[in-house]
Design a protein around this ligand. Structure first.
Ligand SMILES: Cc1ncc(C[n+]2csc(CCOP(=O)(O)OP(=O)(O)O)c2C)c(N)n1
Ligand code: SF4
Ligand SMILES: [Mg+2]
Length: 253
């Protein structure tokens, strides 16, 4: 007899198996998120928002009040819900395209305003749902549908380090970290800290998670893990990111 799969309590059993491809990182990140919500016992207070992109495949993954927003617009939707109902715990989940490209203005504005929400970005180095086009996070030399000879930083710039950018614009009290599906215990810990930050009303909280997309990367299991643990983690450093102190600056009259 096969052992029963262990799922977070917050997951809906009747919608499993989930809709992600085999080997996809989204399911792992959302398992960590489910466990973090379970541990903090906040299921009844959470509103979960997913973006357009493969994150939308989680619209029925959880036993949580769920909103599915337009591409890149999950951050302002969750900001609106949080402002209207501050007692709720609002989570915006999206891909790197949604967070760092089409929705980057919303991410920047929310972080600068220190909105008391939690944003989670799954970084799989490309636009997966639409077939694997180059994204701001695509690594130098990485081949995608729109960079068939490999990303050329000379014409397209260097990959965007979103967590570092956020850490440089948030206020004290914010929480910023980058985890990876290569270390699920650590990732769950970062997600728990981010949610606690929101529960305690301290400020904006942000977790980027290095994620996999073997379907568009066209990688086998060994190369998928090597790409995450060596190629991606070599450029996108995993860990908590210190928020620099912000002295009050007043303009001279
Ligand atoms: C306004 C708008 N522009 C473009 C699209 C097409 N589109 C759908 S998903 C997607 C890319 C998603 O990439 P990402 O956010 O990284 O999520 P992933 O699928 O990689 O998890 C794009 C460009 C759209 N749906 N809406
Ligand atoms: S296309 Fe990639 S990101 Fe989307 S579900 Fe499949 S493996 Fe996951
Ligand atoms: Mg992506």
């Amino acid at each position: 007899m096969q052992p029963a799969p262990v799922m977070p309590k917050t997951w809906r059993v009747d919608t499993k198996p989930h809709k992600f491809c085999p080997g996809c990182g989204h399911g792992l990140i959302l398992k960590c998120l489910g466990e973090a919500i379970d541990d903090l016992e906040i299921q009844s207070r959470v509103v979960y928002g997913c973006d357009i992109g493969c994150s939308l495949l989680s619209w029925d993954l959880f036993n949580l009040d769920t909103v599915q927003a337009h591409h890149g617009r999950t951050t302002p939707v969750m900001t609106g819900i949080k402002r209207a109902r501050p007692e709720l715990i609002c989570i915006a989940y999206m891909g790197d395209g949604g967070g760092y490209s089409i929705g980057v203005q919303h991410l920047v504005s929310s972080a600068m305003r220190n909105e008391k929400i939690t944003v989670i970005v799954a970084n799989n180095t490309q636009y997966a749902m639409t077939g694997g086009q180059m994204a701001p996070t695509t690594l130098p030399g990485q081949k995608t549908e729109t960079s068939p000879f490999g990303r050329d930083p000379g014409t397209t710039g260097m990959p965007f380090r979103g967590a570092e950018m956020i850490s440089s614009i948030v206020q004290e009290g914010a929480y910023v970290a980058r985890g990876s599906i290569a270390n699920l215990r650590q990732l769950t810990g970062y997600l728990k800290k981010a949610l606690k930050n929101q529960i305690e009303g301290k400020g904006f909280s942000f977790v980027e998670a290095l994620s996999s997309c073997p379907t568009n990367w066209r990688t086998d299991a060994a190369r998928t893990w090597e790409f995450i643990e060596k190629d991606m983690a070599g450029y996108f450093k995993v860990g908590e990111i210190k928020i620099p102190g912000r002295g009050e600056v007043t303009a001279d009259a």
